[in-house]
Design a protein around this ligand. Structure first.
Ligand code: PBG
Length: 322
């Protein structure tokens, strides 16, 4: 055979593979999600998410120490309150679980980026992301509470607020509230293309936020749609989002790619709980190599066009590549 073109030449050694490699995940790209609960000394493993814990604020601080040492730039905080009500008032209580967690974290780790997930579902008795009337999730009254929550987190020390409720118009409303309160430097990372997904199952166990009736399909997106994601992203950028997010990640690489090509703001992808738990379950059964499967997955998310990857594997990845 007299071949001139032999693509295999560029795969002959690890050195040349490194040289021509097109994508690499860096610790700089990672965000680690944390679940914060009331109490003291609590570190309880979430059954459907092996290796992920419910942490009380004291243990969160220990965790932040490790995360800082690993060089991970930031954490995404979710609060699980003891008490829930119809309107999720715990979310915007100035002494709520996340507000206290933020104040403690900011004081001890001023260099770590604190991102607060902004949503009502962990705080409402019915588990929906907004206010209910007659079995429907109302948009505008929900936005009002989401804005109060975002403002309260920003005032408590969040560097980034990340609204995940998918109500219409919440980004502009949050931006105006932040500006009116002199918080012009606070970053909004919008969950712009958030799909109604079965892959959130383990998170809802972790956050006790499974809807008590119905589903989230009237506010989260239909997974059949790509153009709708582009419209959502365009709106959020117009309304003042600094970073836009696609969620979940692995089943939506096409969406990440299209958003990355069309818009010039940083794109984040959320490698969600179900995506984490599937790999963990296979690893625990000895069916799959963990490091290989995780690195392949997060590299694919980066290759698709995400700059920021939110993943429960962040600490493990930082240990492997750091
Ligand atoms: C809150 C929220 C959810 C997730 C992030 N923010 C759950 C949901 O929408 O039901 C899911 C995260 C994950 O699955 O890891 N609205």
């Amino acid at each position: 055979m007299d071949l001139i073109k032999r693509p295999r030449r560029l795969r002959t050694s690890e050195a040349v593979r490194r040289l021509v490699r097109e994508t690499s995940v860096s610790v700089d790209d990672l965000i680690y999600p944390l679940f914060i609960v009331e109490g003291n000394g609590i570190k309880n493993e979430i059954p459907s998410m092996p290796g992920v814990y419910h942490l009380s604020i004291d243990n969160m601080l220990k965790e932040l120490e490790e995360i800082s040492k690993l060089g991970i730039p930031g954490v995404l905080l979710f609060g699980i309150p003891d008490e829930k009500d119809e309107i999720g008032s715990g979310a915007y209580d100035s002494d709520g679980i996340i507000q206290r967690a933020l104040r403690a974290a900011k004081k001890e780790f001023p260099g770590l980026l604190l991102i607060a997930d902004v949503c009502l579902c962990e705080y409402t008795s019915h588990g929906h992301c907004g206010v209910i009337n007659d079995g429907r999730v109302l948009n505008d009254p929900s936005v009002e509470l989401v804005v109060k929550t975002a403002l309260s987190y920003a005032q408590a020390g969040a560097d980034i607020v990340a609204p995940s409720d998918m109500m219409d118009g919440r980004i502009i409303a949050i931006r105006q509230a932040l500006d009116q309160n002199g918080l012009t430097d606070k970053i909004i990372m919008a969950y712009s293309a958030k799909y109604a997904s079965s892959f959130y199952g383990p998170f809802r166990d972790a956050a006790h936020s499974k809807p008590a009736f119905g589903d989230r399909k009237t506010y989260q997106m239909d997974y059949c749609n790509l153009n709708e994601a582009l419209r959502e992203v365009a709106l959020d950028i117009e309304e003042g989002a600094d970073i836009v997010m696609v969620k979940p990640a692995l089943a939506y690489l096409d969406v990440i790619n299209e958003v990355g090509r069309r818009f010039d703001v940083p794109v984040a992808a959320y490698n969600v709980s179900g995506e984490y738990s599937m790999i963990k379950a296979a690893v625990m059964n000895g069916w799959i190599d963990e490091r290989g499967a995780v690195m392949e997955s997060v590299t694919a998310i980066k290759r698709a066009g995400a700059k920021i990857i939110i993943t429960y594997f962040a600490k493990q990845i930082a240990e492997w590549i750091g």
